[in-house]
Design a protein around this ligand. Structure first.
Ligand code: PLP
Length: 263
């Protein structure tokens, strides 16, 4: 059997616990039957409680690693997670422009579940002005959506502003809202196209956003349209969380290895 599975290239940070970041992406991508290529933006010191330190990779080395992969392997989707610094975003731009035919799934990461800030204003602005316009879909949680559009008075307006910047779809995750159910909203240029509600589970989870965005990226690489990719990725992520486990003293992890995708 020599057929090559669809390839997802993940550009994200390393979380040594394995719950979030590039490992979450790789586990999710492989679960979906795709091949994962991975380029690491930053090493972090963290555990299940919080992030203590971030060590960004040299932008030049990062781009060299990306080019080596992308000039050799046919990549079907690119998934972007934690970017580390505005300098890394600036360095990525020529490559993203050159390979703009590859669908880009961008998951903004501004804070760790334990509260540590993972993005300064410069990085947030760089993601807004340079990554959002290039993305097929952006998947912020409600806090990240408000940070990306500080003018928006509600989440519908924030989504509209991001679509106006040039991305085709926005999925705003409602997990950080004080609502009984978690409400995720998918938007396109036509406005809100799908609202999904999920029961709120009793724990907080590390890597749920990474899992969801990587699952969307894998579905896109498999040739699925965004509404289907998002629907199936939410089902998959929900089932990993429902079967989650507490490996340490803090947040729970999604169970990505054995869970059955019901979609
Ligand atoms: N990527 C890295 C390297 C992280 O450390 C974190 C959170 O700490 C995330 C991504 C985002 O994790 P989540 O999927 O829980 O939003």
């Amino acid at each position: 059997m020599t057929a090559c599975p669809p390839v997802v290239l993940s550009i994200a940070g390393h979380d040594p616990t394995g719950g979030a970041g590039i490992q979450a992406d790789i586990e999710t991508i492989v679960y979906h039957g795709c091949h994962a290529c991975s380029v690491i933006t930053a090493l972090t010191t963290q555990n299940t409680r919080n992030v203590k330190r971030v060590c960004c990779q040299e932008p030049e080395a990062l781009i060299e690693q990306l080019r080596a992969v992308i000039q050799d392997i046919k990549v079907d989707a690119i998934k972007i997670g934690f970017l580390g610094s505005a300098e890394i975003v600036a360095a990525l731009l020529p490559l993203l422009s050159e390979y703009n035919r590859i669908p880009l799934i961008a998951d903004p990461v501004f804070a760790a579940g334990g509260g540590a800030q993972l993005a300064n204003d410069e990085l947030i602005q760089a993601i807004k002005s340079e990554i959002v316009p290039r993305a097929l879909i952006v998947t912020p949680n409600s806090h990240e959506a408000r940070a990306l559009d500080s003018m928006g008075s509600n989440l519908d307006e924030c989504a509209g502003a991001l679509i106006n910047l040039g991305c085709r779809f926005v999925l705003i995750k409602g997990s950080h809202e004080k609502t009984e159910l978690i409400v995720n909203r998918l938007y396109s240029a036509s406005g809100l196209i799908k609202k999904s509600q999920w029961p709120r589970l009793p724990h907080t989870y590390h890597g749920s956003g990474c899992t969801l965005a990587a699952s969307i990226a894998a579905n896109v690489a498999l040739g699925k349209e965004i509404p289907v990719s998002v629907e199936e990725a939410q089902e998959f992520t929900w089932s990993t969380l429902e079967a989650g486990y507490p490996p340490g003293h803090g947040q729970w992890f999604p169970r990505r290895n054995t869970v059955q995708n019901e979609s």
